[in-house]
Ligand binder design. Structure first.
Ligand code: UD1
Ligand code: UDP
Length: 358
């Protein structure tokens, strides 16, 4: 039986890995490695439980720290795992430091890397994620691109071999979990909100959280919205709000990070979402919820072109104006990232192709 190693570490990676693990099921041995990048129960355990992921075979316990220290520690620990396990292929997801470390450790050992969410570019190299994506793509033998745009971007960078346009695995996750979310989640009632009469907000990008001028501008805009705001706060953001002495206003329902099912339910019930998350921009699109992205660029350009996502950055007036325009009529979301069978398509390619890293 062929053996894979899957590397995860951050919240969105647990969500992306679950459908592919299920699709691979008994066909291969898939060793699960959690780097420990996210470690709070609300950032990690809850997703394993809700998505029926097994306990990791290896938990590396590497959370926090500066980029070099964090990535370096992961590289060293993943290399040890790969030497012990000798997998046929290493699977990495997205664009976090765990992705970078997993791809680099495998490539240096001449183990083929399969990158899920390949070819995404924001063209902003001050984002740590942009560096991680570029490097991971250039180290990969199998590149699973969500759209033709991402395939074209890889081609522009000279990568044409091993590229497969397969759609977005997060769409699989949404389709699979949406009915369960509606059945079990107590939100938005639990936050004291009425469906369609509140905004959802998430913020966690380094550029938005770590610069006081950006975080205070965002809080200023949020505090001035015309309806309640449900704000599940990422631990990084909570620390920075405290460090900068910024307090959300009375209209803001501050929550700890919520689980995936609660998040889907909150999103679906919201009037609109304000976010700097990559995953939430897509989920909003799948659920037909207007998205206001608190960044000036996005790697998920199709959601903007389709009219469901608008890029506003951190300027409070631009944010408030976008919120006033939320009602503007728009065509229902067209399928731009596949049809929700991405995990099966990736599993078929992974099990039928012998990847090599030449
Ligand atoms: C990381 C990813 C980002 C992804 C995000 C998903 C990188 C460079 N960034 O950002 O691409 O969008 O995850 O959420 O890989 N912390 C806790 N508890 C936790 C996790 C984090 O307290 O469970 C705090 C720690 O102080 C840590 C800080 O948050 O230093 C930042 O965490 P880190 O994983 O480095 O980056 P994220 O901002 O979460
Ligand atoms: N998410 C969640 N609870 C939260 C915030 C986000 O379950 O409190 C989910 C969200 O629905 C999406 C994923 O986490 O599936 C996105 O993660 P995040 O925004 O942290 O990272 P990004 O996608 O920007 O890398």
């Amino acid at each position: 039986m062929r053996k894979f190693v899957t590397i995860v570490g951050a919240r969105p990676q647990f969500i992306k890995a679950a459908p592919l693990r299920a699709a691979l099921a008994t066909r291969v041995r898939d060793v699960l490695v959690h780097t420990g990048q996210h470690y709070d129960a609300s950032m990690s355990d809850v997703f394993f439980k809700e998505l029926a992921l097994p306990a990791p075979d290896y938990h590396l316990g590497i959370g926090g720290g500066l980029h070099g220290a964090q990535t370096g520690a992961m590289l060293e620990a993943i290399e040890r795992v790969l030497l012990a396990e000798q997998p046929d292929t290493v699977i990495v997801y997205g664009d976090t430091n765990s992705t970078l470390a997993g791809a680099l450790a495998a490539a240096k050992l001449h183990i083929p890397v399969a990158h899920v969410e390949a070819g995404l570019r924001s063209f902003n190299r001050t984002m740590p994620e942009e560096i991680n994506r570029i490097v991971a793509d250039h180290l990969s033998s199998l590149l699973f691109a969500p759209s033709d745009l991402s395939r074209q971007q890889l081609a522009r960078e000279g990568i044409t071999r091993g590229v497969h346009v397969v759609g977005d695995i997060m769409y699989d996750a949404v389709l699979r979990n949406r009915p369960r979310a509606a059945a079990v989640s107590r939100y938005p009632d639990a936050a004291g909100c009425t469906p369609g009469e509140f905004y959802l907000c998430t913020i966690h990008r380094a550029d938005n959280t770590d610069r006081i001028e950006n975080l205070s501008a965002l809080m200023d805009a949020i505090n001035r919205l015309d309806r309640p705001i449900v704000f599940p706060v990422h631990p990084r953001t909570r620390k920075q709000l405290a460090a900068f002495g910024l307090t959300p206003g009375p209209n803001v329902r501050v929550l700890d990070p919520v689980g995936y099912l609660d998040m889907l339910q909150l999103l679906a019930a919201s009037r609109g979402v304000l976010t700097d998350s990559g995953g939430i921009q897509k989920e909003a699109y799948y659920l037909g919820v207007p998205c206001i992205t608190l960044r000036t660029e996005t790697e998920w350009l199709e959601t903007v072109t389709a009219g469901w996502n608008c890029l506003v950055g951190t300027d409070p007036e631009a944010i408030l104006s976008a919120v006033r325009n939320l009602d503007a009529r728009r065509a229902p979301p067209a399928p731009v990232y596949g049809s929700g069978n991405t995990a099966d398509r990736i599993a078929a390619i992974l099990t039928e192709t012998a990847a090599d890293c030449s």
